[in-house]
Ligand binder design. Structure first.
Ligand code: ATP
Ligand code: MG
Length: 429
């Protein structure tokens, strides 16, 4: 007996019944990003493992615990756990940064992380993200945050709070690291094994540890805002004024450090309490050192990523609207085989003009065809039998009102059908 094969844990299928939700947000994201002057970039699903080690960071959870690494012959690759590293690699490799700055790109892609699956946490998930390279100014930070805010607002979401923080530059970070080491040293033995090694290498990562014990110990740890240099402090204060000027509400949240190593200065998260524990829908920040670290000229940059599954989940919970998918405009019902060629010919002509048209492919009787047309929600149904073929006239039945309209099966057909559809679309039944 054949054994049924099921999808891997932590992955999801999106069936045609659900796809309209994805189309709604994907369309909205593309349009919003383009309104802000961002253009789409597409990058490979896998990259050389080194790319993620050098960008995301060797002491992060993502690299230490969550990467899907595959060996193929003599090479080793990793399925992208996020989009920024690959995007920056592609911008460098394709010389985008030699063009006029800032360079502004966006992407819609799948990411892979080996995590414990739960609501809003998958092993294959999808991100919409934007990256802007070239500007160190506070206005760039404000634009990135405004774009994320615009998306969430356009989706119709309520109660999504923007949390912001600054995690400084390498200058302020070195004093902060000293303070963190001094704070955690007495608790060293109680920290999880991963954090014990982080203590020397990258103590800030301890603040992001998901272990409850580490989180408890970290409760009273020194906070980064107290260690910012004057440059970083001014940048952060000016950004806050920008946000106020744009009427974007925010909360200062000195505890946000972000889970990836490349961040500097501004970091932010949009958080909801509506979908349980995985409340961060969108997260991002500035990463002024990353491009140089990946072999480019020193170039400041900034971006964010938004989880599509978490966005849809929150929209569903809040009853936000989704665009319906295009439904069948006309169902053509041939009474028998002799009418099939006419059904095909008329149907395909209308399809080429942009209508969704269907005709019988199951050799069903008329009654069964009408039932099917109803089920797929066809706006109009046209029956084709001997009478119709001979008189070259057929009735189009409006499935909602039952009203019949006679159309000639000649070169006027398409135009008359178009009139009917326009009437249908603008008529409130
Ligand atoms: P978390 O703290 O929830 O693990 P993260 O800091 O790892 O999030 P980022 O790397 O910043 O997340 O990714 C940006 C966004 O991508 C998140 O805000 C979330 O919406 C989404 N995301 C991250 N990991 C997952 C996942 N495993 N499943 C679904 N969505 C995810
Ligand atoms: Mg994570």
């Amino acid at each position: 007996m054949a054994i049924k094969i099921t999808r891997p844990q932590g992955t999801e299928d999106v069936t045609p019944k659900q796809i309209y939700k994805w189309h709604t947000i994907e369309h909205m994201m593309r349009e919003t990003a383009e309104n802000f002057g961002f253009h789409e970039i597409r990058i490979p699903t896998f990259e050389q493992t080194d790319l993620f080690l050098r960008s995301v960071g060797e002491t992060t959870d993502v690299v230490q615990k969550e990467m899907y690494t595959v060996k193929a012959k003599e090479s080793e690759f990793t399925l992208r756990p996020e989009g920024t590293a690959g995007t920056i690699r592609a911008m460098l490799q394709n010389g985008l940064l030699n063009d006029a700055l800032p360079q502004k790109v966006f992407y819609l892609l799948s990411c892979f992380r080996h995590e414990r699956p739960q609501a809003g946490r998958l092993r294959e998930f999808h991100q919409f993200g934007v990256e802007m390279a070239g500007s160190a100014g506070h206005a760039a930070d404000a634009e990135i945050i405004a774009l994320a805010r615009a998306l969430l607002d356009r989706a119709g979401l309520k109660n999504i709070v923007l949390h912001i923080n600054s995690i400084g530059c390498p200058t302020c970070r070195s004093d902060y690291h000293k303070a963190l080491r001094a704070y955690f040293e007495p608790h060293k033995d109680a920290l999880c094994e991963t954090c014990q090694t982080r203590l020397q290498k990258n103590p800030m990562r301890i603040l992001d540890c998901k272990s409850l014990i580490c989180a408890e110990i970290a409760k009273n740890a020194p906070l980064i805002p107290d260690y910012l240099c004057s440059d970083c402090r001014t940048h952060f204060e000016t950004l806050q004024n920008d946000l106020k000027a744009m009427q974007i509400d925010f909360q200062l949240d000195p505890k946000i450090v972000r889970g990836l190593d490349y961040y500097t200065k501004t970091v932010f998260e949009f958080i909801t309490t509506d979908i349980g524990a995985q409340g961060t829908i969108c997260a991002g920040g500035r990463y002024d050192g990353l491009i140089e670290q990946l072999g480019g000229k020193p170039t400041p940059a900034m971006g964010f990523a938004l989880g599509l599954e978490r966005l849809i989940l929150t929209m569903e919970n809040q009853g936000c609207p989704f665009e319906e998918t295009k439904t069948c405009g006309l169902y053509i019902a041939p009474m028998d085989d002799t009418a099939v060629p006419t059904a095909m010919q008329l149907g395909n002509t209308l399809r080429l003009s942009g209508y969704q048209v269907e005709y019988d492919l199951m050799q069903r009787c008329l009654k069964a065809q009408m039932k099917y047309a109803n089920k797929i929600g066809a706006y109009f149904v046209m029956v084709l039998g001997d009478n119709e073929l001979q008189s070259k006239k057929a009735n189009l039945k409006n499935m909602e009102t039952g009203e019949q309209t006679e159309l000639s099966l000649d070169e006027t057909f398409e135009e008359r059908f178009n009139d009917l559809m326009v009437q249908y679309m603008f008529h409130d039944f």
